[in-house]
Ligand binder design. Structure first.
Ligand SMILES: C/C(=C\CNc1ncnc2c1ncn2[C@@H]1O[C@H](COP(=O)(O)O)[C@@H](O)[C@H]1O)CO
Length: 174
């Protein structure tokens, strides 16, 4: 599988880096490839290092204005014109999507991918890796959307929340 990971570009505490590294190593050890934003910074670097160190392939999808942050050693590096094209290319190259902890960039990517799924434009599994309950608030908001009929499809058809790396890879079928 090509597993697309959306995650923070910031340098984060060990509780977040440890969980990200664990999931990254599962990607590599199980023979999957990583599709990610291509940058060699923050949690994005932790994930890329973890996958590559465990023998997995790296497919970066950077964007012109962040090209100077792109990782040098990858198996493939695509440069998109803008963020919208980048999200489309990341989805196109992915068989599944995992959302790790992040800020507005990660949230933008996650909601974009979920909106496309809601409209039936793809059927790829989307898993939120809810490290240390970081996304408890988002989960609660989405459960309310579901309960009060804001969503045209059941929430469980759109996204799975996983508490840890093992649960996340299991939700993707391994
Ligand atoms: C501004 C700095 C680094 C920014 N570098 C990025 N490189 C590549 N992709 C990025 C970067 N920043 C955001 N993204 C995309 O959004 C997600 C992370 O954003 P967040 O706000 O940190 O959650 C990530 O998945 C990228 O695709 C520091 O010099």
């Amino acid at each position: 599988m090509n597993i697309c990971v959306f995650c923070s570009a910031a340098d984060l505490d060990e509780v977040y880096t440890a969980a990200a590294r664990e999931f990254a190593e599962l990607i590599g050890k199980r023979g999957h490839a990583l599709v990610w934003g291509g940058s060699d910074v923050g949690l994005m670097k932790v994930v890329a290092d973890g996958v590559q160190g465990a023998g997995g392939r790296l497919i970066g999808v950077s964007v012109e204005f962040l090209q100077h942050k792109a990782r040098a050693e990858t198996d493939d590096m695509i440069i998109a014109r803008d963020l919208a094209e980048r999200k489309a290319l990341m989805l196109q190259h992915a068989d599944a999507v995992v959302v790790m902890v992040g800020g507005t960039g990660t949230l933008d990517e996650a909601t974009d991918i979920l909106e496309l799924k809601k409209h039936g434009m793809h059927r790829k599994p989307v898993v939120v890796l809810n490290t240390a309950g970081f996304y408890d608030g988002l989960q609660q908001q989405m459960l309310r959307m579901d309960a009060e009929r804001f969503l045209p499809v059941p929430l469980t058809d759109l996204v799975t929340f996983a508490a840890d790396a093992q649960e996340a890879i299991t939700a993707l079928g391994g």
